[in-house]
Design a protein around this ligand. Structure first.
Ligand SMILES: NC(=O)c1ccc[n+]([C@@H]2O[C@H](COP(=O)([O-])OP(=O)(O)OC[C@H]3O[C@@H](n4cnc5c(N)ncnc54)[C@H](O)[C@@H]3O)[C@@H](O)[C@H]2O)c1
Length: 385
């Protein structure tokens, strides 16, 4: 095989996700036969202590504590940015103005106004690839359901449930962090934090909320601060959005839920689709399994359990009998970003691309409508993004 095209990345934000990203780069050879490869050449975090792990993992990597310096680094072609939501607007705009491609973390801004500023800057740079991180649909079980939907295998879809649930905030002793504060996570709270995971597949499959009614909950109202004294926990813990989707042949309900407090769920992305010819469900809680019920008029209604083979969007060295996980999904998502950067949308090796700015804009419109619905205790139209 010819020498792969090397894509030089800078990473801004060396926390949880920054480390995952570097780890994914280190196992790039897990992927088979790709003619592109990312290389992390620079990392930046405002907290110098956060850089230590990176200098050990990537000897010789350039380190910065001011992201403007990383953006001035001419060797950096693309940036992965994983910083708190209040920083997205300025950071993403500056990344684009510096002429770098961007794989940005969700939700692209603390609120809709911040997203619109980012979107206006994206419009100024049609030559740059901008995509939003969202890895869960790359689980083979999720991809399989997406394929079935695109093939029309469900018949007339009459109900969809999609969600992303965590449980760690059930613990009232868990210290406060930036995701619990409006100044850093935004009024959206759990929706800005988790909503992209619930919405990526429904939007990609063409299921757009037409109206919605939100039920938002604040369950744990204070948490230990840095010195142990209790401080207010400001953001929404849980959100349930009851939407109606207007499709060509039917208006049907779609429930979207994002929960920081879902007892027993470490981190579960799930989707359930009910249709006249087939119903099916997938959850990352049982990553190998797809449950489905094929149906024909008058026939038996029996659920089938399928152990989905490890058949990912981009082929890997892993045998089909093994389990797929979070780190595999990140690697696949990053491969999709690099594939699109190297070959353009039309030239990608497989059809499932990363979340587009248009899809991000629709998420912001939905979260903003949800806040309005909660305030007005009413069903509201989902405004255009
Ligand atoms: N795709 C996913 O599954 C997933 C999972 C978790 C978080 N995220 C997203 O990733 C982003 C970051 O979340 P995280 O969990 O990694 O947070 P984190 O708190 O672990 O890391 C954020 C990092 O940003 C750094 N930072 C803060 N201000 C900075 C500045 N001015 N300049 C440079 N660095 C600065 C912090 O020091 C910290 O190291 C968020 O947008 C979040 O929604 C995505």
């Amino acid at each position: 095989m010819s020498t792969p095209r090397i894509i030089n990345f800078g990473v801004i934000g060396c926390g949880l996700m920054g480390r995952e990203f570097v780890s994914a780069a280190a196992r790039w050879h897990h992927l088979l036969d790709l003619d592109f490869q990312p290389r992390i050449v620079a990392v930046c975090d405002a907290n110098p202590a956060a850089l230590t792990w990176f200098t050990q993992a990537l000897p010789g990597v350039a380190t910065y504590t001011d992201y403007h310096e990383l953006l001035a680094d001419q060797t950096v072609e693309a940036v992965y940015c994983a910083v708190p939501h209040n920083l997205h607007r300025d950071f993403y705009i500056d990344i684009l103005r510096a002429g770098k491609h961007l794989l940005g973390e969700k939700p692209f801004g603390i609120d809709h106004a911040a997203f619109l500023d980012i979107a206006a800057e994206i419009d100024q740079h049609p030559d740059l690839l901008v995509r939003c991180s969202s890895e869960y649909p790359f689980f083979p079980g999720a991809l399989l359901l997406a394929q079935w939907a695109q093939q029309g295998r469900f018949g007339r879809v009459f109900e969809v449930e999609s969600g992303y649930w965590h449980c760690s905030d059930l613990n009232p002793k868990k210290p406060i962090n930036w995701k619990r504060r409006i100044a850093t996570c935004g009024e959206y709270g759990c929706m800005g934090d988790l909503g992209m995971h619930a919405l990526h597949l429904p939007l990609r499959l063409g299921w757009h909320p037409h109206t919605l009614r939100a039920l938002l909950s604040k369950i744990v109202t204070e948490r230990p601060g840095p010195d142990g004294t209790m401080v207010p926990c400001e953001t929404w813990d849980n959100a349930i959005l009851a939407c109606d989707v207007v499709s060509a042949d039917l208006t049907f309900p779609m429930t979207l839920s994002t929960k920081r407090i879902a007892p027993g769920h470490q981190s579960s992305m799930f989707i359930r689709i009910q249709g006249t010819e087939c119903s099916a469900e997938f959850t990352t809680k049982y990553p190998k399994q797809v449950r489905y019920l094929p149906y024909s008029a008058g026939g038996e209604q029996a659920w089938h359990e399928l152990d989905v083979p490890f058949r990912s969007a981009y082929p890997t060295i892993t045998g089909e009998i093994f389990e797929f996980g979070f780190t595999d999904a990140l690697l696949q998502m990053w491969a999709a970003f690099c594939d699109e950067l190297a070959h353009g949308r039309a030239g990608m090796r497989q059809p499932f691309g990363c979340v587009t700015p248009e899809e991000v804009g629709e998420c912001h419109a939905i979260f903003t409508a949800a806040l309005q619905s909660q305030r007005q205790v009413a069903t509201v139209p989902q405004a255009a993004s």
